[in-house]
Design a protein around this ligand. Structure first.
Ligand code: SAM
Ligand code: MG
Length: 231
């Protein structure tokens, strides 16, 4: 099971391929926003980060290595078992819990940074989910959202291309109707007290077999939002 999540060529291959670009984006914005030293070994010491829908913990581990105090939650108990085992093998202390963002937000838990990466296109009640993620952000904190746009190109590339032609993902992984446009995400962020401050597309470059940031948000994209400091 652990291999499933941590195999770079396995079922979650696209998430592994996204790692450099998304970690670069997260790192860059955390450094600037929280005024951290880019040359430090553990620049995010003292920052609390929650990875919502953490799966096998692909984002939790690098952030813990960079010094952050990391909590990973996933609705699927099985994923939490895999993530915990892997963190133990990596010698990392990560607080993994099998729960949902909705349940955790209801307890009043708050974090400096909320990661909402590749989850929202899988949830049933999007507004409720986005509200729970926003509620988990402490005043002055950040939330990162990564997902797929609801365009014809996303249908062609992320569903026909990735699931049927290239077989990067199992068929049926995504349902195009559940994809959200950047405008829809930003509207929800604002409704729940967040201020969108940055956005970028993420585009595949076949020559280097890598994903890079791009102004083109037509398929994959990331949005950064800030929660204003309490007065
Ligand atoms: C495609 S995976 C994303 C994994 C990880 N965020 C990444 O990008 O590497 C989506 C995960 O979100 C979890 N999930 C969906 N809704 C959730 C919720 N409301 N609270 C917590 N986890 C949720 C699912 O169980 C699944 O493991
Ligand atoms: Mg997805």
């Amino acid at each position: 099971m652990a291999e499933e999540w941590w195999d770079p060529k396995g079922k979650f291959k696209p998430l592994h391929k996204f790692q450099p670009v998304r970690l670069g984006y997260i790192r860059e914005h955390l450094l600037t926003h929280f005024g951290r030293d880019p040359n430090a070994m553990r620049p995010f010491e003292g920052l609390s980060v929650i990875d919502v829908g953490c799966g096998g913990g692909l984002l939790c581990e690098p952030l813990a290595r960079l010094g952050a105090t990391v909590t990973g939650i996933d609705a699927a108990e099985r994923n939490i078992k895999i993530a915990s085992l892997h963190a133990e093998q990596s010698g990392l202390a990560i607080d993994y819990r099998a729960t949902t963002s909705e349940a955790l937000a209801a307890t009043g838990a708050r974090f400096d940074v909320v990661l909402n990466m590749e989850v929202v296109e899988h949830v049933d009640n999007v507004p409720l989910y986005m509200k729970s993620c926003a509620d988990l952000v402490a005043p002055g904190g950040l939330m990162f959202t990564a997902t797929l746009n609801r365009t014809m190109r996303a249908y062609a590339l992320a569903i026909v291309g990735a699931e049927y032609v290239l077989r990067w993902l199992p068929r049926g992984t995504h349902d195009w109707k559940k994809f959200l446009t950047p405008e829809e995400i930003e509207t929800l962020l604002k409704r729940f007290g967040m201020k969108p401050v940055d956005e970028t597309g993420v585009v595949y470059h076949p020559l280097g077999d890598e994903w890079r940031k791009s102004p083109d948000m037509g398929v994959n994209y990331m949005i950064l939002a800030e929660k204003p400091k309490a007065n």
